[in-house]
Design a protein. Structure first.
Lengths: 333, 333
DNA sequence: CTGAAAGCGCTTACAG
DNA sequence: CTGAAAGCGCTTACAG
C-alpha cells in the first residue's frame, strides 16, 4: 500500500480510503489510485486468503427467467469453466448496499451478466470492489468500462431477410424486441438494409417493436396478419417471438410455411423443436458463453481483455418454416 | 488476542506463536492457550473474513444439456438459495479420484443432482467426504442413503389419461422415456391404470419406451401413426416427446387436436409455446428445486432431512392440443 | 521456552 | 479533500 501511495503521490491514508470505498476522496485522486491498485493487483487483506486456495469463482447473473437463450449460454460458460478449473456460481443480481464487495468477500473474482442492464451506479460499485464485469449480449451500447461478448446481429438480420427475399417475398415484416436493445436495433437495421438493397418497401406498419417473448409474437402477428396487405413473411427478433407468430398463424387457419414464412433468431433448442422446425439465425451461444468466461478469467487475473468487445458470427439455418410465397391473388386473405 | 494473553497469563507474542503453530512454545502453555482460543472462538485474521460471511455453498450437477426441465428446477433452487443466503455453484459431475473431497475443499456443503444416475461407488465417495446428496427427480428407485425430491408421476399419468378418456378417446398410446427410469414407469402405470379402469384396450404396440427427447417423439409417432389402427391420442412421457409428436403429425398433414390429441408431461415453457399450446401434466419444478435446496441445506447443517423422499403434486393443465376424437370412420386414415 | 520491543500493514479521528 | 499522527492487531528477531 505504501508503494501505491508513493506512486500515486498521496499518503497511505488516502489509499486506504480508496480501498475501503470511503466518500471523502476527490474523484480524480480516487481514479488515479484505483488504476494503480489494479496495476499492482492490490487485494485488501481480508481477501488475500481466499485468493490463495480457491479456484477462481465467477458469478453469473441473469434477469428474468432462465430461458433457453440464457441456459444455452450458461452451458458454454460451465463447460469452459470446467476445462479451465474455474467455478461458476449462479446468482441473482442483488441490490444490497455493498453487493459487489460482498461478492468479492464470498470469493467471486468476476461477474458475467447475461442480457442485463447495468447502470452507472452498478459499474461504480463494481469498480469500487475491483470486480470485473463481462456482459453477454449487452442491451446497451458498449460502455468503455464494460467488456462484452455479442454476435453479429446486423449480418444476421441481413441474412435472414435476404433469404426471404430470395424465396420471392416482398412484403416482409420485422417483429422485434425492445427498441433500446442494441441487438434488436442491429437486427432491424440488417433487415432494412436488405430490403432497401432489393428496392422492397418497408411500410411503417411492418416494423413492430415489442419484447423478446412469445406474447409479442402472438400479439404482433395478430396485428400484422390483420393488415389490409398482410406480409407474406415475418422475420421475428428471436425464436420465442417466432413461436408466437407460428401459433397465431395456426389459430387463424394459416399454414406455415405455405401461407406464411417465419424466420427466428438465436437458434435455441426451441427452434429445432418447433412445428414446423424453424428457419432461424444461429447465435453461437455456447461459444459466446465460453468467450465470456475466458474474458472474465483474464480480467480476474488482472490482465487486460484481448478486446473490449468480442463479436461472434451468426449463421442462417434453413429449416421448414420458410417457403416461396403463394401467388399474389391467394396471398390476399 | 490481548484478552487471551491476559487470561492465559502469557504475552501476546506467545499467543501469536500458538495461533501460527510455531514450535518454540512449551506444550503446557500451548494447551492452555489453545483451550482459551477455542473458548473465545478466536479465528486467525486470514480466516475471519471468509468464515464470517461465506454462506453455505451447494453444488448443483446435471447431466446432458441444460434443458428446460433442468433450467426450471434450477430457477427454483436459485430463488430459494437467494432467500436463505446460500450460494449455488453449478458444475459438471467429475470423475476424478477424490472428486467429493475436492468439492468439500472447494467449500461445497451439499450436492444436488438433477436427473442423474448415481452408482454405489459415487455414494461411497460422497459418504467418505461427508458430503450429503439430494437427487431431484431420481431415475433409480430411492436408495435409503439418498434423499430425493420428485413428483406424483403415477397420479399425473392417471390424470392425463383420464382426460383423454373423458374426451371420448379409446385408442390412446403411451410414448414414454427410458424403461428403467422410475418416473417413466410411474407415468406409464398411471396410464395403464386409467385405461384398465375404463375397460379400454392397451395393445402392446401402443406402449413405446424411448428417451425423453424430441427425436423419440418424432420416431415414435411415425411408428404409432403408421399402425393399422393408429391411436387417436398420444400421451407423451414429457413435453419434448410431445413436441416431436406434434411435428410428425403436422408433417403428415394431420392437425392437432382435430386429427390427433397430444398430452405432454412437465409443463416446461415449451408446453406454453408449442403450436398448438400443449395440454400437459404440470410438475411444480420450481417448488421441487426449492424443496431440494432446503433439504440440502438441512443436511449441510448436519440435521436430518424431514423426510427421505419428498413428492410434490402434479396437476393437469388443459390447453389446445386435446379435443374429442373424430368419428370412427374418418379416424381411419 | 518466554516476552519486551521493534516493526508491519493497515485504519481512523481530526486538524487544516 | 488531504495527510500527520495515533493506534490496532498482529508477527518476529532476539535477549534472556
Amino acid at each position: 500500500m505504501a508503494d501505491i501511495a508513493q506512486a500515486a503521490g498521496v499518503s497511505v491514508a488516502t489509499v486506504s480510503k480508496v480501498v475501503n470505498g470511503r466518500g471523502d476522496v476527490a474523484p480524480r485522486t480516487r481514479a488515479r489510485v484505483q488504476e494503480l491498485l489494479h496495476q499492482h493487483r492490490y487485494l485488501a487483506p481480508v481477501f488475500r486468503h481466499t485468493e490463495a486456495i480457491e479456484s477462481p469463482t465467477i458469478e453469473v447473473q441473469f434477469k428474468g427467467g432462465l430461458k433457453s437463450y440464457v441456459a444455452e449460454a450458461l452451458e458454454g460458460i460451465i463447460d469452459s469453466a470446467a476445462e479451465l478449473g474455474a467455478s461458476v456460481v449462479i446468482g441473482q443480481a442483488s441490490r444490497a448496499p455493498h453487493w459487489a464487495r460482498d461478492l468479492v468477500s464470498a470469493g467471486r473474482r468476476a461477474v458475467i451478466a447475461v442480457t442485463s442492464v447495468y447502470t452507472t451506479a452498478h459499474l461504480n460499485e463494481l469498480a469500487r470492489a475491483g470486480l470485473p464485469l463481462v456482459v453477454l449480449d449487452p442491451l446497451h451500447l458498449p460502455d468503455s468500462r464494460v467488456n462484452s461478448v455479442g454476435a453479429t446481429n446486423f449480418a444476421g438480420g441481413l441474412a435472414a431477410t435476404r433469404h426471404l427475399l430470395s424465396l420471392g417475398h416482398r412484403r416482409i415484416a420485422y417483429l422485434g424486441g425492445p427498441t433500446m436493445a442494441v441487438c434488436n436495433q442491429a437486427r432491424m437495421h440488417g433487415y432494412r438494409a436488405a430490403m432497401e438493397a432489393e428496392g422492397a418497401q418497408v411500410p411503417d406498419a411492418c416494423v413492430r417493436p415489442g419484447e423478446f417473448t412469445y406474447e409479442t409474437g402472438l400479439l404482433g402477428a395478430t396485428e400484422l396478419l390483420g393488415l389490409q396487405e398482410p406480409p407474406t413473411a415475418i422475420f421475428a427478433g428471436n425464436d420465442e417471438i417466432a413461436l408466437g407468430v407460428i401459433e397465431t398463424a395456426r389459430a387463424r387457419g394459416l399454414r406455415v410455411p405455405e401461407d406464411l414464412s417465419v424466420v427466428g433468431f438465436d437458434d435455441t433448442s426451441l427452434a429445432q423443436m418447433a412445428s414446423p422446425p424453424l428457419t432461424t439465425v444461429r447465435q453461437p451461444l455456447r461459444e459466446m458463453g465460453g468467450a465470456a468466461l475466458r474474458t472474465a478469467l483474464r480480467l480476474a487475473r488482472g490482465e487486460k481483455a484481448e478486446s473490449h468487445h468480442i463479436e461472434l458470427a451468426t449463421e442462417l439455418v434453413v429449416r421448414a418454416s420458410t417457403a416461396p410465397p403463394r401467388e399474389e391473388t391467394s396471398a390476399h386473405r
